[in-house]
Ligand binder design. Structure first.
Ligand SMILES: *[C@@H]1O[C@H](CO)[C@@H](O)[C@H](O)[C@H]1NC(C)=O
Ligand SMILES: *[C@@H]1O[C@H](CO)[C@@H](O)[C@H](O)[C@H]1NC(C)=O
Length: 500
């Protein structure tokens, strides 16, 4: 309570407080994020179609660490009113959630729209707006209809049209009330996960499938952006972008700088350069590296399919803001010739010849790969501006992966405060135009390969109860204060712990 008093006092009376009260700009939006497969459950409710994750986890229960799946998850298909209550309890401005493509379009195509699917999302959107919460919709967050996968999924170039048809249905149904859109979540996860060994469809094809997917996701985004821009923006005035997952990288020493730059091109540039850079197309050094490696392996064509001149123009500029998901930072050590390179994405990246390591004194969250280095967020915000200019940025995911259950989660509070401090510094010291911070996640949910054993929630979910009872953690109370005051309070001393 002491802490709260100081904040209110400082905000009301403009006291300059030596222990740094960091106040965000007026209109800065705070929110929380989820995704359909990770929370909804109701996998076979009414006429919903099968998704690639329904198929994967039914056929291969070992695809998640604890052999669980999202059949029921948080049961948000039935508990969505409680979800809205939680968002309102914290006073959040924005709720970012995703639409399940096979729930809305059970065949994967536009020939048939599910009435039940449509009602579910209409209820959720109207319920949010009634509480003054802005819906931010992710159109695609990994759960592809199995019917589309059977036709080649993200490796088939026609998917750009199929996705755009689906996006058009979504804009038509919900565009009157939804003003913020994400076309695709984390293209790197879609391609490197889906054609690696992590996410559905788990077709391990890092030589070819991975790069077909990389091109097709970018084209799908661009087409869906243009459809909104031409047909919907004139009447609804909304904004559309794609969300990038960005593992941030810094070099161990000067001789690792070039390798680090390539890592950033691989992770970030691959899906940003075609859209945000002035020249468009693939990042040049990365394209050259991948193409030459492919020729050495005996491929006759560039492994990463080239864009035509027309495609380069079509894709360039298809954004209204930059959406960034940030979790962790790795240090990059250039592999010596013949040296073993760790497995992508957590230990190294063989294509680049990069090994990863933890910085001195960095702590680790529950998963062993999740290093804590909040300064990385500010550095990468600066990288985005240096590479793509003064773009409006929304942080669409940032959070802390805990392991043990329980309501006391000081580590999550520390992480949120430290990341918000870096965001504030990026705004006020570096002059970057950041308009919002959306944390992952509203509640514990099905964390893909991590199952239910990895917990990101501000609210704890009891996955043993039929109602999937949700209880606020201390971090939820902390976030509520941050949102109410529009400020974070950063102690200048070593002990940053906050009395709740
Ligand atoms: C839905 O799936 C559950 C298993 O998760 C099963 O028990 C139930 O019978 C299925 N319902 C329908 C309508 O197929
Ligand atoms: C849920 O039940 C399982 C056993 O069925 C148990 O191992 C686990 O600890 C329980 N979780 C909670 C939160 O009670």
């Amino acid at each position: 309570m002491y802490y709260y008093g100081v904040v209110v006092f400082s905000v009301l009376f403009g006291v300059s407080w030596s222990d740094k009260l960091l106040t965000f700009p007026p209109g800065f939006k705070f929110g929380a994020s989820t995704s359909a497969y990770q929370i909804e459950g109701g996998w076979n409710a009414s006429d919903k179609g099968e998704s690639i994750f329904d198929r994967l986890y039914h056929e291969r229960p070992d695809a998640s660490m604890d052999h669980s799946n999202g059949e029921i998850a948080c049961d948000s298909y039935h508990q969505w009113r409680r979800d809205i209550d939680m968002i309102a309890e914290m006073g959040l401005h924005v709720y970012r959630f995703s639409i399940s493509w096979p729930r809305l379009l059970p065949t994967g195509f536009n020939n048939y729209i599910s009435e039940a699917g449509k009602n579910y999302y209409n209820n959720l959107i109207d319920g949010l707006l009634a509480r003054n919460i802005e819906p931010l919709i992710t159109i695609f967050h990994f759960d592809l209809p199995q019917s589309i996968q059977d036709l080649g999924g993200w490796a088939n170039p026609l998917i750009a049209d199929w996705f755009t048809d689906y996006a058009r249905v979504v804009y038509t149904l919900f565009g009157d009330r939804v003003k913020m859109w994400i076309t695709l979540n984390e293209p790197m996860a879609i391609c490197d996960g889906g054609y690696g060994d992590f996410l559905a469809p788990k077709i391990v094809d890092p030589d070819v499938g991975l790069y077909l997917c990389s091109k097709n996701v970018v084209l799908a985004h661009a087409k869906a952006w243009r459809v909104y821009d031409e047909e919907f923006k004139p009447k609804y005035h909304g904004k559309v972008s794609m969300t990038n997952l960005f593992f941030w990288y810094e070099p161990v020493s000067d001789e690792d700088k070039e390798t680090t730059d390539l890592m950033l091109e691989y992770c970030e540039g691959r899906f940003s350069h075609p859209i945000y850079s002035k020249e468009g197309g693939w990042p040049k050094k990365l394209q050259k590296l991948i193409t030459e490696q492919g020729y050495e392996q005996g491929y006759w064509r560039p492994r990463m399919p080239e864009f035509t001149e027309e495609e380069i123009k079509f894709i360039r500029g298809t954004y209204d803001f930059y959406a960034l998901n940030h979790y962790t930072t790795n240090l990059v050590k250039k592999a010596k010739p013949g040296e073993k390179v760790g497995a992508w994405p957590f230990d190294g990246q063989p294509i680049i010849g990069a090994n990863f390591q933890k910085g001195n004194g960095w702590k680790t969250a529950a998963p062993s790969w999740f290093y804590i280095y909040p300064e990385g967020l500010r550095h990468q915000l600066n990288w985005i501006r240096e590479n793509y200019g003064d773009i409006t940025i929304f942080i669409t995911e940032n959070g802390y992966a805990g392991g043990s259950t329980g309501l006391r989660d000081q580590e999550r509070i520390d992480s949120m405060r430290d990341n918000l401090e870096q965001t504030w510094l990026a705004i006020y010291e570096d002059g970057i135009d950041i308009r919002g911070y959306i944390t992952w996640s509203l509640m514990d949910n099905f964390e893909w390969i991590g199952g239910y054993s990895v917990k990101y929630g501000l609210y704890e979910v009891d996955f043993n109860s039929t109602e999937r009872t949700r209880t606020p953690r201390e971090s939820a109370l902390y976030y509520e204060r941050v949102v109410k005051t529009g400020s974070v309070f950063v102690h200048s001393d070593e002990d940053k712990h906050i009395e709740l």
